[in-house]
Ligand binder design. Structure first.
Ligand SMILES: [Ca+2]
Length: 245
């Protein structure tokens, strides 16, 4: 996760593109380390049953956002009683600053600044297969889009027009926060696998490229390869993203 701080290049571990840095040369065999991990990324698994104990906190410095795109990959066959949340961003002004999840009926549920957009898409999210999901939003005109596997699946305008997603909140995978960093509700907890969370503070993202088998295009707010992950009672494994189809 920390290639860039340990090696004499800013190196994208997926593309292999190297940019020299003005640092003391790294003395180890960085080629061997990179080749061993280049095709794999960390995937977290929330086992059943639903519990508030299982979550991953992402240590990201988040600016105030008037536009954003949040992406993730998920695989689940879990049908909850109510709403099930994969990713939440809570700030002091509202715990529901951003949320991405799904309902019992299988539609996507996205919240921006405590307002909810429930979005039917083709197919159910809990079909037991890997899917890549993104939600983008822009304060200007309230333009929003839900992407499934790199393609727009639902879109509209007038959603939270003129609003702002506040800065300095807390990102949690697998739980809805009702207080900043806590206030979890087991009935809304995730069960399944998640990886590849990337967040940008723009809605101008090439989602098709992001969805196409890699994290080459890490987010500028959260980049999955680089973000520090505080792990609480979830298991993990590594897999080649190109096989998550
Ligand atoms: Ca909440």
């Amino acid at each position: 996760m920390t290639f860039s701080s340990r090696y004499p290049f800013n190196l994208n571990p997926r593309t292999g593109i190297q940019i020299p840095r003005d640092l003391e040369p790294y003395q180890g065999d960085w080629r061997a380390e990179i080749s061993s991990g280049a095709d794999r990324t960390t995937i977290f698994r929330w086992p059943p049953p639903q519990t508030t104990k299982s979550y991953v906190k992402l240590q990201a410095a988040t600016p105030a956002m008037t536009a954003m795109t949040a992406c993730l990959r998920a695989k689940t066959a879990f049908i909850g009683n109510d709403e099930t949340f994969l990713l939440s961003y809570a700030a002091t002004s509202t715990d529901n600053s951003f949320l991405f999840g799904y309902t019992r009926s299988g539609v996507i549920s996205s919240l921006v600044s405590n307002s909810k957009k429930v979005t039917p898409v083709f197919g159910m999210i809990y079909d037991g297969a890997w899917h890549h999901w993104c939600f983008s939003w822009n304060s200007r005109g309230g333009k929003w889009t839900v992407y499934k596997d790199g393609m727009p699946a639902a879109a509209g305008t007038g959603f939270q027009t003129g609003n702002i997603i506040p800065a300095d909140g807390v990102w949690i995978i697998g739980q809805d926060q009702d207080t900043v960093g806590g206030g979890f509700d087991a009935t809304q907890a995730y069960v399944g696998d998640v990886t590849s969370i990337n967040v940008w503070n723009t809605d101008n993202v090439d989602v098709a490229a992001v969805a196409n088998c890699g994290d080459n295009f890490g987010g500028n707010v959260i980049s999955w390869y680089d973000v520090s992950k505080e792990i609480h009672e979830v298991s993990s494994y590594r897999e080649d993203l190109c096989h998550l189809k």
